[in-house]
Design a protein. Sequence first.
Length: 469
Amino acid sequence: MNILYIGAGFVGTCSAAVSADSGHGALVYDINKERIRKLSSGKRDVIESCLFEDGLAELLIRCKKNITFTNSAPEMKKFIDRVDAIFMCLPTPEKAGEEGQSNLSYYEAACETLAKMLSKRQGGKQSSYVVIINKSTLPISMIDRTKEILEAHKVKNFGIVSNPEFLVEGKAVYDSIHPDRVVIGAENEKDFKIMRALYQRFYTSSSVKYIEVNPHEAEAGKLLANFMLFSRLALCFDVIGRTCESFPRISFERVRDILKIDPRIAPWGLYDSLYAGGSCFIKDAASLAYQLESAGGNAELVRGVLGANNYQLDHFLSRIHAEAHAIIKGVRIALFGAAFKQHTNDVRNSGAIRATEFFLQEGAQEIKVYDPAATDEFKRVFNPKKDAQYKKITYTKSEDACLKSTSMAFIATDWPQFQSLAEIIQKTVKAPYLIMDGRRMLCNSYNNLQSAGFSIIAVGSQFMKGKKV
Ligand SMILES: NC(=O)c1ccc[n+]([C@@H]2O[C@H](COP(=O)([O-])OP(=O)(O)OC[C@H]3O[C@@H](n4cnc5c(N)ncnc54)[C@H](O)[C@@H]3O)[C@@H](O)[C@H]2O)c1
């Protein structure tokens, strides 16, 4: 089949790569020229500097002949003459300053461009049937708006399908090849049939749950799945972690052992962290709350989960003054991790962003950043070369370079390699020194570090003041 992907982000690129690998012909269109250049480069390091996803660069290089990236509208228009299916993989962030309303401008702009091209396909005859498939996470009734846009441009002979994406960043390629479920929301058998052909390998697979529903159910299912996961994290941070922080002699890990033995308590998400960031959980929960309230429903619990997540980061940062009585002004800080979580270069809603803003406001002398993959993306947010207000931020290439001459370390991301930081810290810097562990990466070394004079503030633990050395 000939498949067009609009939006070459995590979702569009990973899905297109997997389709190309299955033998389909994929054209991926994006308005971001730099992204298109990098993804077309055929070079692993260049691809990874744009989208850092395990296995993605190898896959793109391997199926190069089946996949083309473009930012040329005429090329897309030409492809549309013979297209069978179109995947919409556009960002749907939260509208700035609103109470959760989605910013649908990217999606609608892409729909408008597409509609103009579709109405002129096959010289205006529009003889071929085409399905437009929403992979973006959209408001529950969005299919009606999509139809409106297409009809306003007199597009004929089309179907609209909702096919929400459940992949997890960091293992997006694996999840695209081995999804646990494929959800198809369509209005008629014709569209279901096309989707079955498109996803034949999943439709016939015994390990994939293939679910056919209507488009409203598909969108609601995606928003609710994300909310269930998000609320689980908030519960861990704000109830389990908070309990461990509030009483002496409670280890988060040992309490977790007691909880996870119960088969009714699922193991996913039983960890403590400074913040649940990323591009989806927060904006999808905010969108769910907004939609519920607009429909006259009660969104108190949804808003509560959003509030608990925000409180977690504010509270963690406030402990620097309240518990360690530390002063940030004039201090050099080593910031470990810029990505919102391990195995990705995505910094959207990363806890490291708000921590950096906090340190700048408090007058830190220098914020030294180290991340194994997300430095370039973090520089888009804090670029000392382009913006003088960020001149106190420096970027380093290793853990020890980051630690040198600092008197505080802040662990924001759970990169597995940061588990070795306890040893590197003891070799590189001297107590008195404050360690802020926002991921409990060093939990096996807290006693040693404290005995060596290091003070520790960790999520899910009471303050550990360094013992006199
Ligand atoms: N990232 C995830 O883990 C994930 C998982 C499941 C669902 N989703 C959903 O999928 C959607 C896409 O997410 P993403 O993370 O891939 O986003 P992304 O920001 O990584 O990529 C979106 C791409 O769309 C491009 N774009 C914007 N406007 C365009 C236009 N008019 N025409 C063509 N291209 C345009 C951008 O340049 C960008 O490259 C969102 O709705 C998101 O909520 C994301």
